[in-house]
Write a protein that binds this ligand. Structure first.
Ligand SMILES: Cc1cc2nc3c(=O)[nH]c(=O)nc-3n(C[C@H](O)[C@H](O)[C@H](O)COP(=O)(O)O)c2cc1C
Length: 279
């Protein structure tokens, strides 16, 4: 990444066709036309730039570079899924609570992690942090630590936020993996509380992770219980290696499912209204 370079744009005058697309698409309105009609960043624009790179993405001739990133450093556009495929994905996705005891391949883990670089965040703050459990062994250690913690404490000894988990003591003692559903992996998503949309950004990331994982044939399950547990127990939280400036928001289990759903039940529609401004 080139974020340490001075934030600016450069334009190759031979390739620029002066179409103005970069200026029109700049959310921060920090790009204007020079005397020669070439795009340039306004004075002080560096600090107002959202770093969204729309100017770089939209330039039809690849004349513009942003902060040292050129058209050559961008990915070429691929096909996007047909609506029917996306609809199937949304309709057929299920929370999976039974997984094969098998690691997801390193290649798939890397692709999932890399795709997270593209999730949108409010004001493009990009203040997310991802902690991955990349192997069954690591998740096993986590499972064991959680089970040990809960089975060796009375309800009175449990922190306020997770007293309700005392009811799982017996199930945990008998080997039932109430918190991690025998998943081989999980990702814990954290956010800087400074992020302007800190209350939303991690959940968008989780939803996108879930959809992509589904397209790889993986199952996922949002794990609000593990999230609460980690947040309530500092010594378990510490194992996630989340930097101090971030706060854990959601844990997502994932792995190869052993359950296969034969159909997609139709769900009742949410109440909805049509917005109208006319009287
Ligand atoms: C924010 C959030 C937290 C959740 N936490 C848990 C959880 O702790 N344990 C669990 O088994 N499922 C959890 N779920 C999954 C829901 O229970 C699940 O979406 C619901 O049962 C409907 O099933 P479906 O996802 O297969 O449609 C959570 C889902 C969301 C969105």
């Amino acid at each position: 990444m080139s974020t340490n370079l001075p934030m600016t744009i450069e334009v190759d005058p031979k390739r620029c066709v002066r179409c103005g697309l970069c200026m029109n698409d700049c959310l921060a309105k920090v790009i204007i036309a020079s005397d020669k009609g070439l795009p340039q960043m306004i004075s002080g624009g560096e600090s107002r730039c959202f770093r969204c790179r729309h100017c770089l993405a939209i330039c039809p001739t690849g004349a513009l570079s942003w902060n040292g990133e050129t058209s050559n450093s961008c990915a070429t556009l691929g096909e996007t899924p047909a609506p029917e495929m996306m609809e199937n994905l949304l309709r057929q996705r299920r929370s999976v609570r039974a997984y094969r005891r098998e690691n997801v391949s390193k290649e798939t883990l890397d692709r999932l992690a890399q795709a997270m670089n593209y999730v949108p965040t409010g004001c493009n703050d990009r203040a997310l942090f991802f902690s991955y459990s990349r192997s069954i062994e690591t998740t096993d250690e986590c499972r064991a630590a959680v089970a040990k913690y809960l089975t060796t404490r009375s309800d009175e000894e449990l922190p306020e936020g997770i007293k309700r988990y005392g009811k799982f003591r017996q199930a945990l003692a008998s080997g039932e993996d109430v918190f991690f559903r025998n998943a081989p992996h999980f990702v814990a998503i954290s956010v800087s509380p400074e992020a302007r949309d800190a209350h939303i950004d991690p959940y968008i990331a989780a939803a996108q992770f879930e959809m992509l994982a589904c397209s790889f044939g993986l199952g996922t399950c949002w794990d609000g219980m593990a999230t609460s547990l980690f947040n309530a127990v500092p010594k378990l939280y510490a194992r996630l290696n989340i930097p101090d400036e971030f706060t854990l928001k959601i844990v997502l289990l994932f792995g190869i499912p052993v359950v296969r759903y034969a159909r997609a039940p139709l769900l009742p529609p949410y109440p909805a209204s049509e917005v109208s401004f006319s009287d």
